[in-house]
Write a protein that binds this ligand. Sequence first.
Ligand SMILES: Nc1nc2c(ncn2[C@@H]2O[C@H](COP(=O)(O)OP(=O)(O)O)[C@@H](O)[C@H]2O)c(=O)[nH]1
Ligand SMILES: [Mg+2]
Length: 426
Amino acid sequence: MQEIIIIGIGQCGIGVGLEFIKQLNYDHCLNNHQELINQDRNRQKINVFYNENSTQQFIPRCLFLDLESKSIDKLFLQKDVIIDPNCCFSRNCGSGNNYAVGRYTEGAELMDECKHILDKYFEQSGNLQGIMMFFSTGGGSGSGIASNLIQYFREKDPTKIVHCNPIFQQGITHNYLEIYNTVFVMHSMIETVDIVTVYDNVALQYICKINMLDQNYDIYNKVLAESLIQTTASYRFPGFINGGMKKLALNLIPFPRLHFFQPSYMIINQRNWNITNILDKQYKLCNFENNLPSEYLSYQIQLRGNCFEIPDSKSLLIRKENIYQIPDLDTHYRVHTSVQHIDHENIVGFLGNSNGFKNYLKYYQEDFTKMFRRKAFVYTYQKIGMDEMEFTEAECNINDLISEYGPFFHSCCHSEYDNYEEEEAY
Ligand SMILES: Nc1nc2c(ncn2[C@@H]2O[C@H](COP(=O)(O)OP(=O)(O)O)[C@@H](O)[C@H]2O)c(=O)[nH]1
Ligand SMILES: [Mg+2]
């Protein structure tokens, strides 16, 4: 059935994971008791994120972990969503914003309990496609425990897709350790994760500001979850082309280490739209950073709503000169369409694999190097048992990734390419 497990780690991960589940409930028309209220809504693929129990309730297939009990306790106070308490684990020690605590000491001790739940999910699922993880890169619990889990999944079953949704916090760091934590967890994500969708609190803050929304974590999490609802729509509903995590990875990742996506989405509440007449707006969909030029290795557009004719492939090529043409490969863009959102006439979502990400990473790399050269705060990690070698390895890995991200244009060959390849639905 192509099942997916949702994992939220640390305060941020739990907040985002919970909001994602709430929006899933809404999109699938489940009530506060997790029962289907709209039987007409397509339920063919509802089991992707839920297990159905004997009383026809759809319980989300999730796992929540934290080193403080506050966020986990909050999960049980929710009135509009039911989370299985057996899938939530916490300690009462805190991580002190230290990656080493999440990775080696307190966080590692949590692993036994959660492996038990994960093994159960693996056994129950007929055809598990992968894992979706949420965590902040700056937090100690989030980054450390996520690294442990990433390693666990790789050893357990390398065929399952691990999709991380890290929340970065570029530039408004409350704590210097966030720079280190981010680089450490990036090190794990570069090596062993299949797909990473990058979110950033500063970008979310900006999005809320220009859309005149309040600026707080609850609202950021709502915006973030809406974008995820869009990305996952093709997994959850039948559509013109049915997607899955494996297909996404296969189609959009030409080089295995370059698997960092930038998401965006746009709601179009007007009838009679087509891809061509939203093209102008589409430019905004794929501008990763306003001032810095980005080249796209690949991208995917997801359409939800009444746009079920095959869009003209030429009109879908966005700023053609900015797309890196991989010689003899035709994997650089895909279109998915699926069932309409219950609130909106149409939504267009976008996932781009662009080298704009390297400019973003440079910020962390520079600060990391500055701090590490002076051995600033290194002792806080060493006293928990981390080796200085790990700092050096993580730094090298980030440097390598930045250089692998281009610029591509020097080596690329431009060809007239605008074939839209039709896939068979499965
Ligand atoms: N978007 C978002 N960011 C959060 C949330 N909670 C905390 N953060 C950010 O995450 C970072 C700290 O991570 P946190 O999750 O509290 O640490 P952890 O519990 O040790 O993993 C800080 O940069 C916060 O600004 C949340 O609910 N939503
Ligand atoms: Mg915490």
